[in-house]
Design a protein around this ligand. Structure first.
Ligand SMILES: Cc1cc2nc3c(=O)[nH]c(=O)nc-3n(C[C@H](O)[C@H](O)[C@H](O)COP(=O)(O)OP(=O)(O)OC[C@H]3O[C@@H](n4cnc5c(N)ncnc54)[C@H](O)[C@@H]3O)c2cc1C
Length: 529
């Protein structure tokens, strides 16, 4: 069978599309195969109800690498960020509220409502994070060193990493290690006294993670969320005009402009391997495509367990892949409403106010998050879940009919496996409970709802092909990060099978709409020639 392509990419998630674009730009004949009817994976916009264009999964952006926006000329294809100011609003049961960032003066005043000491400490905390980020951020677009290789290039890379770590300064280094390995809660407890502030910040530490802020690993999740930028401003999250699908569609347009071919409704059933070499794929309908390079943007479980024969993989490698934690924590509820939520703590009488611009948190204290987790660890959904609402329609009038809005609710904790019941039985009960809670803070919310789509972890798995509904293609814990993502010795986007590569969030630097995995993979593939 002739090779019509130089590379076949499994999955048109945004990372797969980034790899496709860079390879096609370098002159490769690239074929992208996507099982769904649209490109983007977890980074999509869908018209769920007439006139409502919903970012069904991912809903805010900050992490997308600026070099990708530049190299692929994404603005030419419609990519536009809408910065959010303020970026967060937390109403509390006592009627007070906390509004934060990116306006430093406003943030200072807001935090001072709860603690003057914290208002003074906050810029210093941000400064500490910036210094750690200065050390870590360049590594996002570097292939991690292999601690098990004694090659000169690798030893040189390890030495460079050590040198950069030294450059961070002795005063911050200890805290940096704690951020990389520790729990968010003790860090926040050390820096701040106001539980309202700590709870608001802690939401970023647990988002998407099946862990409360007191668990090791959550400090890194917190940090992962401050490493991006919006229009050049560090740590700021924004909406993407037209919804998150615009990110993927603009990358797809760039890839196509360089000659890549993208086929949707093309569900890969098998990666074809012979004598230790990958030589193509077979779709579930039996159609085969061949190429000397096969690159998977699907997660590691899908790639190595579902699409491959175990006999083609070393036993110890497969054991490492089977150790990856895919626990899920979240339910996404997409809601169409006929007016913005009218928060009791800051009423707006049906109008859009600054409280609607950013993430609206229902999370009154750190203990509230811990208790929400307690339910989930015993296999129940949280009776009082942590709820993050965003309403991109506050800043983007292209998404909903005039006067109507989309509220995106990201809620946790919600384990994949429920004790003695199923999500089919529970998902509407869970959504009703979430709506009741919002109603307490924003009376009239329930009667404003026009449509809703509730997506618990098993539905995420079915819809987006993410194992266990894990939104990051595998937990972002130290044992599964950097040189250990997806498995020790295989963090360089290559696999034990020659010609088979990985390019999705399952690889370094992990989940989020960052594109860095796809970019790094393309660089390594081009290096192999
Ligand atoms: C509900 C939710 C909310 C999130 N919110 C945010 C957010 O607000 N901001 C943020 O930065 N990140 C967010 N994330 C995380 C982020 O969306 C993902 O980490 C990121 O989109 C992963 O991109 P990817 O290209 O690596 O993989 P994916 O998006 O998982 O893409 C993989 C693609 O491969 C396809 N595929 C799988 N198997 C096959 C097969 N056999 N044949 C063909 N195709 C196949 C899938 O259909 C999919 O299109 C969220 C994720 C979820 C699920």
């Amino acid at each position: 069978m002739p090779n019509n392509y130089d590379a076949i990419i499994i999955g048109a998630g945004h990372n797969g599309l980034v790899t496709a674009a860079y390879l096609a730009k370098a002159g490769y004949r690239v074929l992208v195969l996507e099982r769904r009817e649209l490109v983007g994976g977890c980074c999509i916009t869908e018209e769920l109800w007439p006139g409502f264009k919903v970012s069904t999964a991912a809903y805010v952006n900050s992490l997308l690498r600026p070099e990708i926006i530049r190299d692929l000329e994404l603005k030419k294809y419609g990519f536009e960020m809408l910065p959010r100011s303020p970026s967060s609003f937390t109403p509390f049961p006592d009627g007070r509220y906390l509004m934060m960032g990116p306006d430093k003066e406003m943030t200072h005043k807001e935090i001072a409502k709860f603690s003057a000491n914290d208002a003074e400490a906050y810029p210093k905390y941000e400064d500490m994070l910036t210094r750690v980020a200065d050390f870590l951020e360049p590594m996002l677009v570097e292939t991690p060193p292999n601690p098990f290789s004694t090659s000169l290039g690798n030893l040189w890379q390890l030495a460079k990493t050590g040198w950069k770590f030294k450059g961070m300064g002795q005063d911050v280094a200890g805290e940096a290690v704690e951020i990389l390995t520790g729990a968010a809660r003790p860090i926040l407890d050390r820096w701040f006294e106001s539980d309202e502030l700590k709870a608001t910040i802690a939401t970023d530490a647990v988002i998407g993670a099946f862990a409360p802020p007191s668990h090791p690993g959550t400090a890194y999740v917190l940090f992962h969320h401050v490493m991006g930028e919006c229009n050049g401003v560090r740590g700021v999250w924004g909406y993407v005009r037209g919804g998150m699908g615009t990110v993927s569609n603009s990358i797809a347009s760039a890839a196509k402009s360089y000659g890549a071919e993208i086929r949707t409704n093309a569900d890969v059933g098998k990666i074809l391997v012979k004598d230790g070499y990958a030589y193509g794929v077979a779709l579930k309908d039996g159609t085969e495509f061949t190429a000397p390079r096969v690159i998977s943007g699907a997660d590691a479980h899908v790639t190595f367990v579902r699409l491959m024969d175990s006999k083609d993989l070393p036993t110890e490698f497969l054991a490492a892949i089977n150790r990856i934690d895919y626990s899920s924590a979240t339910v996404k509820i997409n809601v169409a409403v006929d007016r913005p939520p009218n928060w009791k703590a800051l009423p707006s009488d049906g109008k859009i106010g600054p409280q609607h611009h950013g993430t609206m948190h229902i999370c009154p204290s750190q203990d509230y998050i811990e208790r929400a987790y307690d339910d989930a660890k015993y296999g129940r959904w949280s009776q009082n879940p942590m709820i993050e609402c965003t309403m991109a329609t506050a800043l983007d009038n292209t998404l909903a009919p005039e006067g109507k809005h989309i509220v995106s609710m990201f809620v946790q904790y919600a384990p994949y496996h429920l004790k003695d019941t199923t999500w089919e039985v529970e998902k509407d009960k869970f959504a009703d409970r979430c709506f009741d809670i919002i109603e307490e803070y924003a009376p009239g919310f329930k009667s404003s709802v026009l449509h809703r789509l509730v997506i618990p972890p098993p539905d995420m798995e079915r819809l987006w092909g993410i194992t266990g509904g894990n939104i990051m293609q595998g937990t972002m814990s130290l044992s599964n990060m950097a040189s250990f993502r997806p498995a020790a010795g295989y963090a360089n986007y290559r696999t034990p099978v020659k010609g088979l590569y990985m390019c999705g969030a399952a690889t370094h630097p992990g989940g989020g709409v960052m594109g860095a995995c796809g970019l790094n993979a393309a660089r390594e593939i081009l290096r192999d020639g």
